[in-house]
Design a protein around this ligand. Structure first.
Ligand SMILES: [Zn+2]
Length: 329
């Protein structure tokens, strides 16, 4: 296998590992995505050291997603040992900044995805039964800044333009957009404005979390934000941001999931699927129209928390599933 270290100036280096089939085999590529960054601060291992207790492996990043990378290693070993060789080149890409939005890795992920016929993402599976993630919401963030004019709240309230009032009325308007698109949510998560209790505020600001299941809804919500106009006379609105990760729509994963499900049943276990609200690098590859199957990592619980762990006895089954998919896609 060819192992390349792709250096990055501001983030951790990426690792690209290429496994090629025998010469007589056809063209094509499969991409396996993993990230080795975690959400924990340096030194977290002192407080939550790696340990295996009653069949559970605990530690920072075990579930999200180091166990997924371990499973990929075992899948490779199984493929190398089995008589059945690969039909396509397989590229494993281990990235370093997924938890903070994949700014550094995005270009490489997208370039490899465009060369690929299918993408498998080693993010954790969902729930105790290890459902694969066949749909993920698109994610965005929008900031609205209302600009008014300050004045004395007692002596000259009429001379002011109240930015807090403007923003509150906009919020009431925006909250009605919830429910217009099934599966889409628009949640105000930060709000601030004003300076003193006797000053008509000249500035107020709100930040919204945006989620959408379908890209058509995502575009519609972006357009609604862009077309907001001030309600109070003389007020001004600034709207920044929008969706930055498109949804992973089920149509991009349905065929791969059907294949995975049938392989799993041949191996004697049932495989379920689910939709989740959080984004991953799978959103990036599905947005390019590349078939993407996410949640191919470990079975466990507690991602991003002190009780993060994986079920060790489930790891062989998931490694086998990945190997079977790589051999048959
Ligand atoms: Zn992850």
């Amino acid at each position: 296998m060819r192992v390349e270290r792709l250096a990055h100036r501001h983030r951790g280096d990426l690792l690209r590992i290429t496994m090629s089939p025998g010469k007589s085999r056809g063209a094509g590529q499969l991409l396996v995505l993993g990230h080795y960054d975690t959400v924990y601060a340096s030194g977290a291992l002192k407080k939550m050291p790696f340990r295996v207790t009653s069949g559970k492996a605990y530690g920072p990043g075990t579930f999200d997603m180091k166990a997924g990378i371990v499973q990929a290693l075992f899948a490779v070993e199984a493929l190398q040992r089995s008589a059945r060789s690969l039909r396509k080149r397989v590229v494993f890409l281990w990235t370093s900044d997924e938890e903070i939005g994949s700014d550094a890795a995005r270009k490489t992920i997208e370039a490899e995805a465009r060369r690929s016929d299918a993408v498998f993402v080693l993010e954790p599976s969902f729930g105790p039964r290890g459902f694969l993630k066949t749909a993920r919401k698109g994610v965005g963030e929008v900031e609205i800044i209302a600009h008014g004019r300050a004045s004395h709240a007692g002596l000259a309230p009429h001379e002011g333009i109240n930015a807090v009032s403007e923003l509150v009325q906009q919020l009431a308007r925006i909250s009605k957009w919830n429910g217009l698109n099934a599966g889409a949510t628009i949640a105000p998560c930060i709000m601030e404005g004003g300076t003193r209790s006797n000053v008509i505020p000249e500035r107020a600001r709100a930040v919204f979390d945006l989620r959408a299941l379908r890209s058509t809804d995502m575009r519609q919500i972006d357009r609604r934000f862009q077309s907001l106009r001030p309600i109070l006379r003389g007020a001004r609105l600034e709207v920044r941001g929008g969706f930055n990760r498109s949804p992973l729509e089920r149509k991009n994963s349905a065929a791969l999931f059907a294949k995975a499900k049938s392989l799993a049943s041949q191996m004697g276990f049932a495989l379920g699927e689910c939709t989740v609200g959080g984004g991953s690098d799978g959103n990036l590859t599905a947005a390019l129209g590349i078939p993407t199957l996410d949640g191919m990592g470990a079975v466990g619980d507690g991602a991003h928390s002190t009780h993060e762990h994986v079920l060790v006895r489930k790891m062989p089954e998931r490694a086998a599933l990945l190997a079977a998919l790589l051999a048959s896609c």
